[in-house]
Design a protein around this ligand. Structure first.
Ligand SMILES: CC(C)(COP(=O)(O)OP(=O)(O)OC[C@H]1O[C@@H](n2cnc3c(N)ncnc32)[C@H](O)[C@@H]1OP(=O)(O)O)[C@@H](O)C(=O)NCCC(=O)NCCS
Length: 153
């Protein structure tokens, strides 16, 4: 563990991405949803691979919606959390957003997810609103965060 590289997601990564997804969320996307994302011209996904064992250990993606980037999901394999891979994914998505001329980035996060809120706040995402009882499984609120690309970081 320790040699991590970041790539654009390709079809060979889908099984690994799906595994991280199912280990990370209760309300998960299907494998087909990730396959479909590979055909979506407005979707950009990054994966982090543990090169020693050629395994996908983290991923994240965004949709380009006009000049906004909507982060769809970010997850790190439970055994690999706390090793700065979340930082690496967020930085890669911000870099991609700059490349494709995004003005603002946005995402939704569960109100109770302090780790993710800290991660996003660190990169300049600010709380802009709440969607009450947005998550179907436990009726948890979603916190909406936005980041202006004009600010550094
Ligand atoms: C949220 C998640 C992606 C973070 O990934 P990670 O690799 O563990 O995070 P990192 O080690 O890169 O830490 C990034 C930042 O997150 C925050 N953070 C990480 N672990 C934390 C913890 N246990 N408690 C509080 N904040 C924490 C810190 O701000 C940290 O910044 P630092 O590096 O300056 O300390 C990961 O916990 C995860 O996959 N969770 C389940 C899926 C999920 O909730 N995704 C987000 C959906 S919106």
């Amino acid at each position: 563990m320790g040699d991590f590289k970041i790539y654009d997601m390709n079809k060979d990564n889908v099984d690994g991405v799906y595994e991280v997804e199912t280990l990370s969320f209760t309300d998960t996307w299907s494998k087909k949803a990730f396959v479909d994302e590979l055909k979506n011209n407005l979707a950009y996904y990054k994966v982090i691979v543990d090169e020693e064992i050629s395994k996908v250990v983290a991923f994240g993606g965004l949709w380009k919606v006009l000049d906004e980037a909507h982060i769809t999901n970010i997850a790190v394999h439970p055994e690999y959390r706390g090793k700065k891979l979340g930082n690496m994914i967020v930085e890669a998505l911000i870099e991609k957003a700059r490349e494709i001329d995004i003005a603002e980035m946005t995402l939704e996060v569960r109100a109770s997810n302090e780790t993710a809120k800290n991660l996003y706040a660190k990169y300049g995402f600010k709380i802009a609103g709440i969607r009450k009882e947005y998550y179907q499984d436990n009726k948890e609120d979603a916190i909406i965060m936005w980041k202006s690309m004009k600010e550094l970081g």
